[in-house]
Design a protein around this ligand. Sequence first.
Ligand code: COA
Length: 477
Amino acid sequence: MATKKKSRKAKSRAAAKKPTKKVVKLAAKKPAAKSANGNGLPRPSSKPYGQAGKALEGVRILDFTHVQSGPTCTQLLAYMGADVIKVERPGVGDITRGQLRDVKGADSLYFTMLNGNKRSITIDSKHPKGKEILERLIKYCDVLVENFAPGALDRMGLTWDYVHKTNPRMIVASVKGFGPGPYEDCKVYENVAQCAGGAASTTGFREGPPLVTGAQIGDSGTGLHLAFGIVSALYQRIRTGRGQKVLCAMQDGVLNLARVKLRDQQRLGHGPLTEYSQHGEGVAFGKAVPRAGNDSGGGQPGWILKCKGWEEDPDSYTYFITQAPVWGAICDIIGKPEWKTDPDYATPSARLPRLKHIFATIEEWTKTKTKFEVMEICNKVDIPVGPILSMKEIAEDRSLRETGSVVEVDHPTRGKYLTVGNPVKMSDSITEVKRSPLLGEHTEEILRLLGYSGGELDAVKTSGAITAPEKGRAQAA
Ligand code: COA
């Protein structure tokens, strides 16, 4: 009995040190149902919350991502504690390092804000020595994440068969523009995905052209989906012991975020969409879901209204929702108490054909208050409203700084910059946001980790596999 207890303790200590690998072993040896100890899990840690390591500690990511979608995914995994090793082309790196540059000679904000908490190694993946380093990395890591154009990974020789044979536990996670089908070979950027995923055709005003939104739902949205797929695959691997392919198509990611519009498409077959303001305006619906301007996507009508100072400040607006249960409070606040009992206004269905007039009347009131005053007055009586915040206001917002949602980090070449911290807050896995790496900053450190040293390391250094071509040749000479 005593020995049993001791070995369980030892196992849980080991699992706490190296979660992924050890948990795999534990689960494989002891089926959860037979475990005497809570589904085969180690005993609850006695360490204070926040001091028992990070959620993904021990998980190693071979990060072959570039631009935005893939880097968003791997940055989130890094925020959760994974060791993310970003592989970049020698001398060039992720193309975004140089895109939209604001500080001469320094990595751009485009790059720095998407690659925090990662390590960078430069490897020419088409160089024979580069292939050898990659083989070691594949054996060393748990997940390979990539968002190259279709076929690029295969052309590097990193086919699923090769990766799976080299490390059967490896999860290979990819972002592509489209899933299998007529467009599978297409290269895709953010706005293409917004258009193909149904967001653009349903965004904007009825009278105007389709619109893309500033939120990067195609890139960052798909990266977020991929991170969910990877974490799920890691969890499944605890039972199966093997890796799998995880694919997120950007079209699918956008569609998932635009699902309420597919809902409306089907409702349209059963009659007009009564909550769309065009219904109240007597404009007939066509065959497809129309653009709904600033209509609320849910069952509670809403619109964007001007606030005090709108003439000078383009962001002096509020979103105002006429939620049915607080209709009485809305009538009192805007000085229309008679609307509470007037049959033309008293019920949600009576109000639907009059929404334009109702919002115009509410706006007469909001125009007398700042967007923050509207927020304060309305929230006291549970009326859902939201100020239209500019990026300047968000950058300066104290509470976002305090929660770590906006973080200032220091960078050796560009100085201090703001980045978006982890939007997911966990009580036992605290995110510490770190700056992005310089190109190849950790090359030697990672090579040593992979077992390179002495003459072997020197040979790699002069081979041209980790340096830009001209540098490699010069060094080798
Ligand atoms: N060493 C050597 N070669 C490397 C390398 C390295 N470390 N890293 C990349 N390359 C090579 C690739 O092998 C590829 O070469 P090949 O086409 O000759 O085989 C080449 O660099 C370019 O890769 P590619 O992905 O085609 O880049 P691109 O700039 O032409 O296209 C995208 C960019 C984003 C359009 C494309 O990658 C794509 O469609 N990705 C999937 C969808 C996606 O994520 N889009 C959103 C991005 S935010």
